[in-house]
Write a protein that binds this ligand. Structure first.
Ligand code: ZN
Length: 83
């Protein structure tokens, strides 16, 4: 378990995503998030789902990830045994 603390894992992506899309994430963190996305198909799928959801539900603030969506991603990740 020698994971670098500076590398966000999938769960952190979920938490950071709203700020990332909002543009309020620190540039360094946003960069790490982007590089994680480059190598992580489930997270890319989540980002796309999330963007679609935000678009579909305009009254949702972008800073609020709907809890159902978050749950869905987390169980999605669990099924695939992604940390
Ligand atoms: Zn991921």
């Amino acid at each position: 378990m020698a994971k670098k603390p500076s590398e966000p894992n999938c769960r952190e992506i979920v938490d950071l995503l709203a700020e990332y899309l909002d543009g309020s994430l620190e540039p360094a963190t946003a960069r790490r998030l982007r590089s994680h996305l480059e190598g992580c198909a489930p997270c890319v799928a989540f980002v796309n789902t999330y963007k679609g959801t935000v678009k579909a539900a305009r009254r949702l603030k972008e800073t609020d990830i709907p809890p159902e969506l978050k749950d869905r991603l987390l169980s999605f990740l669990r099924e695939r045994k992604i940390p």
